[in-house]
Ligand binder design. Structure first.
Ligand SMILES: *[C@@H]1O[C@H](CO)[C@@H](O)[C@H](O)[C@H]1NC(C)=O
Ligand SMILES: *[C@@H]1O[C@H](CO)[C@@H](O)[C@H](O)[C@H]1NC(C)=O
Ligand SMILES: *[C@@H]1O[C@H](CO)[C@@H](O)[C@H](O)[C@H]1NC(C)=O
Length: 510
């Protein structure tokens, strides 16, 4: 059985190779695709057809895509016509480029928006999410929805990463037994395996950075509010953010450019953050020599801020430190987190706040739906109980939901937790960055995600290499609010100097 599939795929790959002697979608970058468009070697329609073919072939194995957009080909044809007519729209970076969006990001079309749950199947959203509106304006083609850890990993603490009721377990394309990480699992796997050009993920704490590291792709977790959260199935308006997951830093910056900016449906935070957007966009920060003169901080002994006290991890990253130094960065090593013992207990406030914020904001999201089988967190809990009994499918306890349902708004406890989180950011990350005049904090994997999450700070992860068994890992650069231009220079500088990403050994796994 496996051998037959193996032969079939070899055959399909070789057909692709013949057809694609001019252009191959494997690892194709936005710039390569745009060049092929310009030279009339490729149309958006053919591109969409190739990706749909890849999804049919690979998705039964990896489960990264939850739905394909029935209108994608139509959108591609429209993009092709606009390009032919030399429509000014066709000059935008994402024009005619297929993108997958995580299944917690609303699209007002034939696609469902379910966070991987049957509870939201057939629900009708009032409008496109703010980021989807911007994607459509840029001429991008919504190829479909990416799978995820169900409810962005805020339902069950025992369900594995990358599992949801609708698509079941997503598989890491490098090492099938390796954790694909979540919650933006499908977004990361789909770009890693070239089932799409680029994708969007969301992060509340680690959900862009971790799957990007685990699947050897690039993830940008933007400053809170730089990208609109309107129409995204929420966890917390204080921590949620939407960002690109792509194979290269350059592709991620094209996507970032398309989705940043003010949105009246996420009024307060997008207005505040729009001052950070550089005039003319982020592309100019993809410059060679971007690491020159950058001050990068390394924290060893304080978990949550970096490498912890683990010699094995430190040894693994020695070569990365060397690359950074050789590219002109100054590494400020062995940094001390003063106040560490005061700060760490404050971090515990994160979940106290998230439980209450989740209930409030999910209920508001569900109420605003035009039509929906569920209208509150309580309804979803009831649905899950019934569903687990009726379908007799493997299911996981909904302990996080139950914990959140117990909350009753932002009371004294939550207020104290929120004050703690603000203080922890001020005394911790902000102080560390400012006193040491750092451009970025370097962390292995997504180990700094909580520090970045509670303060709304941005981070970028870049492929860092592969363990002996072939499992990928990444390196992250985190900075103060609005520091995306600097982080992009650092991440691009590191990527160009290291070139560590390799496509997954797809055939070997079958
Ligand atoms: C959305 O869900 C409905 C109900 O299961 C299904 O019939 C429809 O095909 C789904 N849409 C897409 C684009 O898959
Ligand atoms: C780090 O590890 C070293 C050696 O194992 C130990 O001496 C030191 O106390 C540790 N530091 C912390 C903060 O745990
Ligand atoms: C706030 O932080 C203090 C430590 O400074 C801790 O004792 C307290 O439990 C925290 N409160 C909450 C609600 O997290």
């Amino acid at each position: 059985m496996f051998t037959q599939i193996y032969l079939l795929i070899l055959l399909l790959l070789s057909i692709n190779a013949i057809e694609g002697s001019e252009f191959t979608i494997n690892e194709a970058t936005i710039q390569e695709i745009r060049t092929a468009f310009k030279q009339n070697k490729l149309t958006s329609k053919v591109l969409v057809e190739l990706y749909i073919q890849e999804i049919r072939k690979l998705n039964p194995i990896y489960r990264a895509v939850i739905e394909v957009n029935p209108d994608a080909l139509h959108q591609a044809q429209k993009a092709d016509e606009e390009r032919k007519a030399n429509d000014p729209k066709s000059r935008s970076g994402l024009h005619g480029i297929p993108i997958l969006v995580k299944d917690n990001i609303a699209t007002k079309d034939k696609l469902n928006t379910t966070a991987g749950s049957y509870a939201l199947l057939k629900s009708v959203v009032p409008r496109d999410a703010g980021v989807v509106k911007k994607l459509r304006e840029s001429g991008a083609i919504i190829l479909g929805k990416a799978s995820l850890s169900e409810w962005a990993f805020f339902r069950s603490s025992t369900a594995p990463s990358g599992w949801n009721a609708r698509t079941k377990q997503a598989i890491n394309p490098y090492v099938a037994t390796h954790d694909p990480c979540g919650s933006s699992t499908g977004s990361a796997i789909a770009v890693a395996t070239s089932m799409v050009t680029v994708s969007l993920g969301t992060e509340t704490d680690g959900s862009i950075l971790c799957p990007s590291c685990a699947n050897s792709v690039v993830g940008i977790k933007p400053t809170l509010g730089l990208t609109s959260r309107a129409g995204v199935i929420p966890i917390s308006p204080r921590q949620d953010t939407v960002g690109p997951i792509c194979r290269t830093v350059t592709d991620a910056v094209y996507v970032l450019d398309a989705i940043v900016g003010y949105d009246k449906n996420d009024e307060v935070e997008t207005r505040k953050a729009s001052k950070y957007i550089p005039h003319g966009g982020y592309l100019k920060h993809l410059k060679s020599g971007g690491l020159k003169g950058k001050r990068l901080g390394i924290v060893r002994d304080y978990p949550n801020f970096g490498f912890g006290n683990d010699t094995e991890i430190l040894n693994k990253f020695k070569k990365h430190f060397m690359i950074l130094r050789q590219s002109g960065a100054t590494l400020i090593d062995n940094l001390e987190v003063t106040n560490y013992n005061d700060i760490i207990p404050m971090f515990l406030g994160e979940y106290i706040a998230l439980f209450a914020e989740f209930k409030i904001s999910l209920n508001a999201y569900l109420k605003e739906l035009v039509d929906s089988p569920v209208r509150s967190l309580a309804d979803v809990i009831t649905f899950n109980k019934k569903f687990a009994n009726v379908e007799k499918l493997k299911d996981y306890p909904q302990d996080i939901f139950l914990e959140a349902e117990k909350t009753n708004g932002i009371g004294e406890l939550e207020k104290e937790a929120l004050r703690n989180l603000t203080r922890a950011s001020k005394l911790g990350f902000e102080k560390l960055m400012k006193e040491n005049k750092l451009d970025a904090l370097v962390t292995p994997y997504s180990y700094g995600s909580t520090v970045l999450a509670i303060g709304g700070y941005p981070g970028i992860s870049v492929p860092g290499g592969y363990d002996k068994n072939g499992a990928p890992y990444g390196i992250c650069f985190g900075g103060l609010k609005g520091s995306e231009p600097t982080l992009i220079e650092i991440a691009y500088g590191f990527e160009q100097a290291s070139k560590l990403r390799k496509p997954p050994p797809i055939k070997n796994q079958l």
